[in-house]
Design a binder for this molecule. Structure first.
Ligand SMILES: Nc1ncnc2c1ncn2[C@@H]1O[C@H](COP(=O)(O)OP(=O)(O)OP(=O)(O)O)[C@@H](O)[C@H]1O
Ligand SMILES: [Mg+2]
Length: 339
């Protein structure tokens, strides 16, 4: 009787982790957040994922709620390993007869040291050696259903929380790509600093993200709305409420948004002329949570001259693509030997 080996693909994001199990699909989606307690040199993991996120801003002083990934790469090795261990064992469940075969996503263009850190953290977390790695834009393109195996060029822009990745893919590989460590988290930070400067009001990250999702947009909307925001007055030190509008959010995020747009532009500038006409015909597909920002498709279309459209279920694309890539490993390894 063959021994069962689980096949697991993990989209290791800055903001959320999605886990795909072959034969089951996406089995979990949780924030990439960990609550730790520090006692001298000893760090203990208290909670992982959703439970840890719920503790944000409400913890006793010895507990810290943190994101072990920053800008798409590992910022804290020990905590990332603990988080992976938790997700791998949760996803393997009772099927954990053998070490799982694991595929993990990473930003395009990371260093060999950063790649090694991901591999080692995954192995220490219980994954079988070798751990497979796939770049986020390639995984996103596969997950969005683009015909990556054909000679025609297809373009994807993955708008994540910690990084934005744009790529043109053809013949099962990346023809050209760009990555910038700017994403949704940086839009939130820009909202925080805008509100602090304009209203002397201090708000936290979850509030800034809620503003972006509720009333934010990449360009002004005819039907723009307003939202009441509570925070702490920087001068008086007391709670205060202000009203903020869509156009203020558009203004607040304009700088990091420009960096995001520039990634798409520079990939187009690098695209070989033979593929440019395919891209103009087919457009670019947007994946990642940032694809849900209102008007982002319109702004990218306007700024690049290439029609941009949102993928179905944009937040799941990278995990789905990594899962499919794991299933088709021998075919893909012919064009991407280090997968
Ligand atoms: N409706 C929405 N409007 C705007 N932004 C959104 C919306 N929904 C989610 N986001 C943003 O999408 C980002 C998360 O996207 P995603 O889950 O693709 O990131 P990630 O994969 O964890 O990050 P990365 O791939 O960069 O490491 C967050 O910054 C979140 O605020
Ligand atoms: Mg992502």
């Amino acid at each position: 009787m063959p021994i069962f080996t689980p096949h697991i693909a993990i989209d290791l994001g800055t903001v959320s982790v999605l886990v795909y199990v072959q034969g089951k699909g996406i089995v979990l989606q949780e924030p990439s957040v960990v609550a730790i307690s520090e006692d001298g040199d000893k760090t203990t993991i208290v909670e992982v994922g959703r439970a840890a996120k719920e503790m944000y801003g409400r913890t006793p002083e010895q507990i810290e709620v943190m994101r072990p990934l920053r800008d798409g790469v590992i910022a804290d090795y020990f905590v990332t390993q603990g988080m992976l261990e938790y997700f791998i064992s949760k996803a393997s469940g009772s099927l954990r007869l053998r070490k799982p075969e694991v595929m993990i996503t990473h930003p395009y263009g990371i260093t060999s040291v950063e790649r090694r850190a991901i591999r080692e953290a995954a192995m220490a977390a219980g994954a079988r050696d070798p751990v497979h790695l796939i770049s986020k834009p390639l995984a996103a393109a596969i997950g969005a259903g683009l015909p990556i195996g054909t000679p025609s060029g297809n373009m994807v822009v993955d708008l994540g929380g910690g990084s934005t990745e744009a790529a043109v893919v053809a013949m099962n590989g990346i023809v050209c790509a760009e990555s910038v460590r700017v994403g949704g988290v940086h839009l939130d930070e820009a909202i925080i600093s805008y509100i602090r400067k304009k209203y002397n009001l201090v708000i936290g990250e979850p509030t800034a993200e809620a503003i972006k999702i509720k009333i934010g947009a990449a360009a002004d909307l005819d039907e723009g709305t307003t939202m009441q925001v509570q925070g702490r007055d920087q001068v008086a030190g007391l709670p205060k409420t202000i009203t903020i509008s869509t156009s203020e959010v558009v203004e607040a995020i304009s700088e990091p948004l420009q960096a995001i747009i520039n990634v798409a532009r520079s990939v187009l500038a690098k695209t070989p002329p033979e593929l440019s006409s395919d891209i103009i015909d087919r457009g670019m597909v947007l994946t990642g949570g940032g694809a849900l920002l209102r008007e982002i498709d319109t702004v990218l279309t306007r700024e690049t001259g290439v029609p941009a459209y949102m993928a179905d279920n944009p937040i799941a694309c990278t995990a789905l693509g990594a899962g499919k890539a794991l299933a088709e490993l021998p075919i893909l390894q012919r064009s991407i030997p280090d997968l």
